[in-house]
Design a protein around this ligand. Structure first.
Ligand code: CMX
Length: 133
């Protein structure tokens, strides 16, 4: 794992939350992107080397809708930048971590991603992400 790539924050209303985060961080979002496969719309903010990803649900089936219903708005996941997602997934699986995808899938912001179940990481949803070059 190279570094924390971003923190994902689940929000109810992306526009309202973006305004607040623009005020807080003193910058504007550099990208808004829908990820159809995850049923989310995202807004990204760059803070130094790190990023904040605001996530809002596009449907009631979305993981974000379920998360907000159960826990309310807040930090949803921590994403780590990895050099080689395939070898990282293989290593974590062998070590007993519960991966939520058998294969990496395409996520927002030009990334291949894989999630690790919060039950195997003391209650924190972890995302592995590798830049698609
Ligand atoms: N962080 C910590 N715990 C979480 C969580 C999260 N983000 N989401 C769910 N949980 C907890 C639930 O509260 C529940 O805990 P308890 O058993 O103590 O009540 C437990 O995980 C439920 O696990 P589950 O029944 O296996 O599954 P859920 O239907 O609640 O789904 C999860 C949880 C993580 C498997 C699902 O949300 C998932 O597959 N996530 C990966 C995909 C995703 O999150 N996509 C949206 C972001 C996409 C993007 O970043 O672009």
């Amino acid at each position: 794992m190279k570094k924390i790539e971003h923190l994902g924050i689940a929000v109810k209303d992306l526009n309202q939350a973006s305004i607040i985060y623009e005020q807080l961080l003193g910058i504007t979002s550099y990208k808004t992107e829908e990820v159809e496969s995850e049923q989310v719309i995202t807004a990204f903010f760059k803070v130094g080397e790190s990023k904040i990803e605001l996530l809002a649900a596009l449907s009631d089936d979305s993981a974000i809708a379920k998360f907000i219903e159960k826990k309310g708005e807040g930090i949803h996941h921590i994403a780590f930048d990895v050099e080689d997602i395939y070898s990282e997934m293989k290593k974590l699986k062998e070590e007993g971590f519960i991966l939520l995808n058998e294969e990496p899938k395409k996520g927002a912001d030009h990334k291949l991603i894989c999630f690790v179940h919060p039950k195997s990481t003391h209650g924190v949803l972890i995302e592995l992400c590798q830049e698609i070059k």
